[in-house]
Design a protein around this ligand. Structure first.
Ligand SMILES: C[S@@+](CC[C@H](N)C(=O)[O-])C[C@H]1O[C@@H](n2cnc3c(N)ncnc32)[C@H](O)[C@@H]1O
Length: 275
């Protein structure tokens, strides 16, 4: 198995800039490590964040994660979630699912992640939230019955999936007729086209799509120093640059790719047709 050393920096860059070349097992290995690593501190999020002119009211505790919560909120705010069966695919360290379960009050929010370590950690950490459960699960091969969920959402996770067609088919299968799917993530131009095709070819109907790169760069800028300090505290010198690249710190190839337009950040909402 790959060790974190000099190749790790190349690996971290590949993860972000050439995601299609990284296999699912490599992603799982990486996120298993991140679920445990100090480099991420106690942060419950692993996304790039989002800033617009919406002023969300947050608790003192949630305030620390404002930029990351804003990305989640932007993704799902037009959807009707209260009292519904909701699925998050790729829930990571669970901060987004926890905030949505507490704020939007679904009947039950089921959150899956490919990393068993992350799912276990979240189940422990958020055990007091009664309308939320976490489990290990693969976006491309879900274990749920057909027509289970009213809403499915997905935040900065699908760039890891080796087969977007399989993900699209699974979303379509487990959504109830009339159910909505909210997606957000980064892509290069070709990747964006493939992603759109993967969703639309299932029969999902496009309700909305939008580029949000500027709002994501603003968040990356706002959080830059805090993120760098956290990574500095949690990592040895040797692998620090890998984490900075992965986290989109200023001056890394990922940050530059957003700035020069090689990478864009996008969001979309789809609906499964009513019967
Ligand atoms: C960048 S993190 C984002 C986590 C979270 N959505 C957030 O915004 O903080 C990507 C997540 O996708 C998960 N993931 C990768 N491949 C997956 C798959 N095939 N199925 C489900 N989750 C997957 C990873 O384990 C990781 O937790």
């Amino acid at each position: 198995m790959l060790r974190l050393g000099i190749p790790a920096r190349i690996f971290a860059t590949m993860l972000r800039l050439l995601p299609g070349r990284v296999g699912d097992r490599m992603w799982r290995w990486w996120y298993q490590r991140l679920a445990k690593r100090d480099a991420w501190g106690t942060l419950d999020f692993m996304n790039y964040g989002f800033v617009d002119d919406t002023s969300l009211i947050l608790t003192e505790e949630d305030e620390k994660s404002r930029l990351f919560i804003q990305l989640y909120n932007m993704n799902i705010r037009e959807l009707d979630i209260s009292g519904k069966q909701v699925l998050e695919v790729g829930s990571g360290r669970g901060g987004g699912a926890s905030w949505i379960a507490r704020t939007y009050k679904p009947n039950m929010l089921t959150a899956i992640d490919y990393s068993p370590q992350a799912a276990k950690m979240c189940s422990r950490k958020f055990s007091d939230i009664t309308n939320l459960n976490f489990s290990e699960g693969n976006a491309m091969k879900m274990t749920f019955e057909d027509n289970t969920f009213d809403v499915i959402y997905n935040v900065e996770s699908s760039h890891c999936y080796s087969n977007m067609d399989s993900f699209g088919k699974e979303v379509f299968r487990v959504l109830k007729p009339g159910g909505k799917f909210a997606w957000t993530d980064f892509r290069d131009k070709k990747g964006l086209k493939n992603t759109q095709e993967a969703f639309l070819s299932t029969g999902l109907i496009s309700i909305k799509d939008e580029e949000i790169t500027k709002q994501v760069i603003t968040a990356l800028d706002q959080i830059n120093e805090e993120k760098q300090a956290m990574i500095q505290k949690g990592t040895g010198k040797f692998i620090r640059r890998s984490f900075e690249t992965f986290a989109g710190v200023k001056g890394t190839p990922v940050y530059e790719a957003f700035q020069n337009g090689t990478l864009g950040y996008y969001r979309a909402i789809f609906q499964k047709p009513e019967l």
